[in-house]
Ligand binder design. Sequence first.
Ligand code: SF4
Length: 200
Amino acid sequence: MELQEKLKILSDSAKYDVSCSSSGGKRKNIHGGIGDSHMSGICHSWADDGRCISLLKVLLTNYCIYNCVYCVNRATNDVPRAQFTPDEIVNLTVEFYRRNYIEGLFLSSAIIKSQDYTMEMMLQVVKKLREEYRFNGYIHLKAIPGADFNLIAQAGLYADRMSVNIELPSEEGLKLLAPQKKKEAIIKPMSFLSYDHLKK
Ligand code: SF4
């Protein structure tokens, strides 16, 4: 599959995560005009100094082994699927950054094969960006609930921000709509990611 097609699918799949808002404009250049507008993947967030910054917002993959009823990426939903390699995300981030399209990366993922496998792939992305490419831009990373805490902790060393989605307000809701998920698998990474814990 072409990289452009993957970007289209995996940026579209990421738009439901509203921790930052997605841009939705698509407009071609016109004769004699300047620039164009693409829907794929650029969204905005707020830096801690109050600036609005643009981010490449994508999923690593929208293939998912889970079947949460409320989610467009659930295993039984018939939608186009794609998966980036870690190198593809790294290259996209660096190239977009060099072109001044973005100031950082927002990376989340559905769960492919297992929580650990998925978190490991996301770790590869951020590690490579920081260590090999010396990328100093902003990185917001989603922790995968249920993944090994060592993997989450390692990934956290490279991210400016990590977060976990609260999927549903109650255990009953989880049982009904996302029965493969456990409340502890969501709550534990949240307390693990707290500053007080990580600074120990
Ligand atoms: S695990 Fe996440 S991506 Fe997969 S179906 Fe559930 S909410 Fe969607």
